[in-house]
Design a protein around this ligand. Structure first.
Ligand code: D54
Ligand code: ZN
Length: 276
């Protein structure tokens, strides 16, 4: 499990391109037959990808967690970004079609992941935070969701945002998680950008065509930088950082947050005139 430390915003501007990537970029989360977990000290976030092929994969309990099971003190949000698959939790098997989600509350048994087809495997994206209460395991079906439209074609930021785990939908301790699909012809996500001082965030870019990249913008509004992101890469976003991207082709991304509140609208909008 790769470990990411906290970065002070005053040190951000001194990082080289390689340094920036080393501190914030989680490369290629989805590797066939593997699970890849990352730990970020901020909000004690765990981010990962699990891609079972011929055989099942049981979620690791990294030594860093010092726990008997992954969810002993944690909640876990899962979204399937690949082909059909299933997650077994104790005696229960949850079939997850493409883009279905699964919430595991504190105390849930260690999940075991499988794919229906080894050649078109499921790609389970994982995001986890410490949890103060044990809440029920819940499946979210993509086909039953209604998205919210944001942006416009005129500003090249037309997109649909699907909330999976959020207050009023699925009760969680701190996890808020969803999926945003950029409309054909649009390129921007989360522009105009924002920060949210009470939460950190993680973006995982997906559905990029081969050769296509997303330029992800981060940093304090007054000193932004970019990272080149490819399909299946994720980026950690401290509370002081904007998080926004522009793609060279069609893409989507999973966003997820942890912190001291779950108020989606508790954001500080950044005025275009303040961006530098
Ligand atoms: O704090 C919220 C997150 O940044 C995302 O929900 C934003 C997003 O999906 C979008 O604008 O497309
Ligand atoms: Zn945000």
């Amino acid at each position: 499990m790769q470990h990411f430390h906290d970065v002070h915003p005053a040190d951000f501007d001194r990082l080289t391109t390689a340094g920036l990537r080393e501190r914030f970029l989680l490369k290629a989360l989805f590797c066939p037959g593997e699970q890849r977990l990352n730990y970020w000290d901020v909000d004690r976030t765990v981010v990962g990808g699990v891609v079972p092929t011929d055989s099942a994969i049981m979620l690791d309990v990294p030594a860093k967690l010092a726990a008997g099971s992954f969810c002993e003190r944690r909640e876990l949000g899962i979204i399937n970004l690949g082909g059909a698959g299933a997650v077994r939790v104790g005696e229960t098997i949850h079939q997850l079609e493409p883009h279905d989600g699964l919430y595991l509350g504190r105390g849930a048994a260690n999940p075991v992941f499988t794919s229906v087809s080894a050649t078109k495997p499921a790609q389970f994206y994982l995001l986890s935070y410490p949890a103060h209460a044990s809440l029920p395991t819940t499946v979210v079906r993509f086909t039953e969701m209604s998205g919210t439209s944001l942006g416009s074609a005129e500003t090249a930021n037309e997109r649909t945002i699907y909330k999976y785990f959020a207050p009023g939908l699925v009760t969680t301790c701190q996890l808020v998680m969803g999926f945003t699909v950029i409309a054909r012809g649009s390129v921007w996500n989360t522009m105009p950008p924002h920060t949210h001082l009470r939460r950190s965030e993680v973006y995982c870019y997906c559905r990029l065509a081969p050769g296509s990249v997303v330029m992800h913008f981060m940093g304090p509004p007054s000193a932004t930088r970019h990272l080149v992101m490819r399909d299946g890469d994720a980026v950690i976003s401290p509370s002081w950082s904007i998080h926004s991207g522009a793609g060279t082709g069609a893409y989507a991304f999973v966003w997820g947050m942890g912190g001291e509140n779950q108020e989606f609208s508790d954001m500080d909008a950044v005025a275009m005139s303040d961006l530098a």
